[in-house]
Each structure stands twice: as C-alpha cells, then as structure tokens.
Design a protein around this ligand. Structure first.
Ligand SMILES: [Zn+2]
Length: 273
C-alpha cells in the first residue's frame, strides 16, 4: 500500500471495535483525512496520548480503501488549556464542525486552500488556548476571526464595502444615504449576502435574515474582521455586546451560504459564564 506523510490536526475521534480509534484529521497537504489508528486505545499503544482531540501531529499513513491507516504519529503541539476549559473546548468543537461539515472529502479541497485552513485552525486553537480562562468576549472574538477568515479563504465572504443590493459604495461621508455616521443607517442581510445601504434597507422587511440593523461600531468591526491580520486583530478593543452580535451575524451568514448548517446560537447558549 502506498504511504504518505502529513501534518494534521485531530478534529474528531470515535472508537472502533475493541481497541481502535477512527480519526477525522485535517491536514496541511490534503485537507480532510479519515483514518484508523489500530490499537490506539490499548494501554501500551505506540501512539500514547498523541491522538487526543485538537492535537497537532506529524503523521505517516498508508492509503486504505475507505479509511487510511495511521502508521506513525509524532506530537507537534497539544493545547492543554483547551481540554480543561469547557468554553474553550466548545469553541474549538465549533471550529472543527465547520471544517468537517464543509470539507466532505480530500479531493474537493485544493492544496492551497487546505494549507491556509490548516494554518487558520492552528492560530485559532492557539489563541483559544492562551486566552485567560473565563474571558468569553475574547473567545467569541477568536471564533469570529476564525469564521471570517474561513469565509474569505473559501470564497464566501460577504459584500461589505458596497451595498449588496444596489451596489452603492458604503461609507461615503458626503452622501447621507450611505454614510456610516447616520444613526441606524446600515443593515446586514444574511440572505442577500452583506451590508445594505440606507435606501435599500428602508424598503425591506425587518426579518433578521433579510435585514438586521447594525450599529456603526458593529459595521466597523465587520469590515475590519475580514481584512485585518491576527496581530492587529488581537490589539483591537471590542465591546462585549458588539462582538457577540457580530459573531452571530457572521455565524448565521456562514450557515446560510456554506454547507456547514451549524446553528451558532446553540453553541453560544451552552457557554458557561
Ligand atoms: Zn443599496
């Protein structure tokens, strides 16, 4: 059987038979890999504790019929603070589910996309791991960063600098219809795919998927999150309510426009204050 090497992260595991483990890995080289680790649950397994959830590993696999077979794994990084913290664990589970549900097979993921998403998962888990315990806003901020960059990498990012209905440029200060300084001037439309200008917003139903009014602060945060790099994003001061609203908006947007079908509010409802 041909074998191959991969740098991968363990996104999901389940038990198989008496002693084996099935792993859903996301790799830098091939995107999603489903593999079996034979004997991984035995006390003296050669894999030791290296195949725990959210671990990054260097591995060697041999090509199988439906599942590849993991033959070797070396630990690259484990995030100890994630497994011991319910909220961090929940957000990393959300990240994993988004990846797993939108990348059904390795063949559909080009190598460049796989490599970018792999890096994004790494930095997102790393940020979650180092966040002070109990800082829910920071965890939400990191989750929002992940979803925004994920949408950008996969080509699903919303229209932000111009109105998604009429195409007018947003933020042109001398035109009150499009100014971000007018109170309640802007809205975000999940279904139409981005920001709505004041005129378009006025004529639309107030159903949150068609039109959700956003504040100036939320607009600024939404437009920054898709363009800013991690270092600058980390230094960005955000209000708890703003990041909570923005995370819900882009989470719902991702649910509507990608195949992930994940209801972000179900995750947010489980958070422990
Ligand atoms: Zn418009």
């Amino acid at each position: 059987m041909p074998s191959f090497k991969a740098k991968a992260v363990v996104l999901k595991t389940h038990n198989l038979g008496e002693a084996d483990k099935i792993l859903r890995l996301y790799s830098q080289e091939k995107g999603l890999i489903d593999a079996v680790a034979k004997g991984a649950r035995k006390l003296k397994s050669k894999f030791g504790g290296r195949l725990e959830l959210f671990n990054f590993i260097d591995c060697e696999l041999s090509k199988g019929k439906s599942l590849d077979i993991l033959t070797q794994a070396e630990l690259v990084r484990n995030f100890k603070n994630i497994s011991s913290d319910f909220n961090k664990f929940l957000f990393c589970q959300l990240i994993s589910e988004i990846i797993l549900k939108t990348h059904p097979s390795e063949s559909e993921s080009s190598q460049k996309t796989a490599s970018l998403l792999f890096k994004l998962i790494y930095v997102s888990f790393s940020e979650m791991n180092s966040a002070p315990s109990g800082d829910l806003s920071l965890l939400e901020k990191t989750a929002a960063f992940f979803i925004a960059k994920y949408l950008k990498i996969t080509g699903y990012n919303p229209l932000i600098d111009s109105c998604c209905r009429c195409g007018a440029k947003i933020g042109v200060e001398n035109n009150p219809a499009f100014s971000i300084n007018s109170e309640n001037s802007l809205a975000f439309s999940i279904t139409l795919g981005g920001i709505l200008c004041r005129s378009c917003s006025a004529g639309l139903d107030n159903h949150p998927e068609v039109k959700k009014s956003i504040t100036k602060e939320e607009f600024k945060l939404i437009s920054l999150i898709f363009t800013i790099d991690l270092k600058n994003y980390r230094n960005l001061n955000v209000q708890a309510q703003d990041i909570d609203n923005v995370l819900k908006i882009i989470g719902n947007y991702a649910r509507f426009h990608t195949e992930c079908n994940i209801d972000i509010t179900l995750y947010l409802d489980k958070l422990q204050a």
